[in-house]
Design a protein around this ligand. Structure first.
Ligand SMILES: C[S@@+](CC[C@H](N)C(=O)[O-])C[C@H]1O[C@@H](n2cnc3c(N)ncnc32)[C@H](O)[C@@H]1O
Length: 442
């Protein structure tokens, strides 16, 4: 079996590999799509306490039964399934049902399910630029540094699988800021995700359905598009269920329709893609940092967009490549950033953090948006730290805390990101002392 790069429990990985060996490789169908449909059908069945999944006395009956469950799920959870018919033959489907029957998606818990989605996404993305999940201990670290509070509106404009959103929710639960019975209304009002990749959006919606107790505000838009643009966003193919799909192209459109306001978020957590350049003239002209230029790196525009989406006094954490903090050619970008943001901390991540996806070294910028007329004060101090234990080895395999590698130490059935060996917890503690003494992030 391939080297393990995630905390996907052996049982789920084995289950998937079995599905693939038995069916998917020979069915000619897209494995991500077919497995995703089966998981959603199972989830729908479980949340409704029914047992329609896999019922029926013949393969044909079970096949139409599954389509009926998928049709119900598509109506009950708009925007999660662009297609609600299985493409597997009744015989192929039967083999899948047999393998999946013992799996209880709701009881499996978020972590293993998240790991299964990452596993599926990595296989289907085939190295597509910037389409990887942020390591969950880095997500947790950002959440702890910003410490979202109940009632604050949290956004991720490059939300991928939505991890920054549901980790924020878990953090509030764990810290007693949120009661279990308030999870749904909190998620409904406060957690907002945007991404232009259809599969990522569907994964985020599925994770939010479970974490947010049925609520999800994850939309498929090109987050870099601004109102008034004549460029079209991605084909939403029914993914923005509940919105008028013909008039929703930007984050502003979503906020106008759903919140009756401009985007003004309290907390922003994001890991935009490091790779890629923007060359569309209309986009370049709509950003201060790219006006008059022929091309600009995508992460630079994401930084400007993030500042725009925050309310004054709002807090943000953004993962950016190291060159934006150190490269001589980015001096103007850094001055622009200091004018608009009170920088609270810069934390350097280890070289292996984003392996096996990218070798690029990254830092995280933690900052507060300045009020309109506020000027940088020369006396402002910034907290700097570098992570020396980054949780991965040079091949990108996780290193777990009890010595050895993720491969050796994986404990079947109880995988947990909290068992990864890293020093980010120490950095949070030191930052908290600094934060209090400086009076920032209050
Ligand atoms: C590194 S991934 C973020 C991963 C996410 N934090 C997670 O853990 O799943 C970057 C994401 O940005 C999205 N993205 C890139 N350009 C975008 C754009 N212009 N608008 C919206 N999303 C974009 C990609 O589809 C990808 O999901």
């Amino acid at each position: 079996m391939a080297k393990r790069h995630t905390l996907l429990p052996n049982s789920l990985e084995t289950l998937f590999v079995r599905l693939e060996e038995l069916v998917l490789a020979n069915s000619g169908e897209d494995e991500f799509e077919e497995v995703f449909k089966l998981l959603i059908a199972k989830l729908w069945d479980e949340t409704r306490g029914e047992k329609s999944f896999g019922s029926g006395s013949t393969p044909e009956e079970r096949h139409s039964q599954l389509d009926a469950v998928l049709t119900e799920a598509a109506a009950g959870w708009p925007g999660i399934l662009p297609e609600w018919r299985t493409r597997l033959t009744p015989q192929h489907l039967d083999t899948c049902l047999e393998v999946l029957a013992p799996l209880e998606v709701l009881n499996t818990g978020l972590e293993p399910l998240d790991a299964l989605f990452e596993f599926l996404m990595n296989r289907s993305a085939k190295g597509a630029k910037g389409q990887y999940f942020t390591p969950r201990y880095v997500v947790d670290f950002c959440v702890q540094m910003l410490a979202p509070r109940k009632g604050e509106r949290v956004v991720d404009p490059a939300s991928g699988s939505g991890a920054f959103l549901w980790h924020s929710l878990n953090w509030l639960l764990e810290n007693g800021e949120l009661r279990k019975e308030d999870v749904r209304s909190y998620a409904e009002q406060c957690l907002w995700g945007f991404d232009f990749d259809g599969r990522a959006v569907r994964i985020a919606k599925a994770m939010m359905l479970i974490a947010g107790d049925g609520s999800t505000n994850v939309f498929r838009v090109n987050s870099l598009l601004k109102p008034g643009t004549t460029l079209f966003g991605p084909d939403t193919s029914g993914l923005n269920g509940g919105l008028d799909e013909d008039s929703v192209f930007t984050i502003e459109d979503v906020c106008r329709t759903k919140l009756r306001s401009r985007p003004e978020f309290d907390v922003l957590l994001t890991n935009p893609p490091f790779a890629g350049e923007i060359r569309e003239r209309e986009i370049l002209e709509s950003y201060r940092l790219s006006r008059g230029k022929r091309r600009v790196e995508r992460d630079v525009l994401f930084l400007e967009r993030c500042v725009e989406l925050l309310r004054p006094g709002g807090r943000m954490a953004i993962v950016l490549p190291h060159n934006k903090f150190a490269g001589r050619e980015y001096g103007d970008l850094r001055s622009w950033t200091r004018r608009h943001l009170r920088i609270a901390a810069v934390v350097g991540l280890g070289r292996n953090t984003f392996l096996p996806h990218t070798h690029q070294k990254a830092n995280i910028l933690f900052a507060e948006k300045r009020a309109r007329a506020e000027m940088p004060d020369q006396g402002e101090r910034i907290f700097f730290a570098v992570s020396e234990e980054d949780g991965k080895d040079a091949q990108g395999r996780l290193r777990l805390a009890e010595a050895g590698t993720g491969d050796d130490n994986h404990r079947e059935g109880i995988p947990s990101w909290s068992s990864v060996a890293h020093d980010l917890g120490d950095i949070v503690r030191e930052f908290n002392d600094f934060r209090v003494s400086e009076g920032i992030f209050e």
